[in-house]
Design a protein around this ligand. Sequence first.
Ligand code: SF4
Length: 84
Amino acid sequence: MFQSRTDNVAYKPEVFKGHDKMKVSVDEEVCIGCGLCEEICPEVFELTGDIAVVKIEEDIPEKLVENSREAAESCPVDAIIVEE
Ligand code: SF4
């Protein structure tokens, strides 16, 4: 029977949620220094001067992944780059 690609479990990202490695960075050219990311996840983001920086350069610890993702999704100018 025909199965579309989206029916294949390998294409469903939620199956792997929480198991992927994740890194985040801030595009300094885009960040407007609103501080929202630091408010949401101060363990990972810190406002220094006019821009946010990422305090954890290696893989984000699993317990902080959800908050990091929320911070990225909340950034008003999409300055947070998530690599998964
Ligand atoms: S939420 Fe976005 S714009 Fe605001 S400080 Fe963080 S990276 Fe910069």
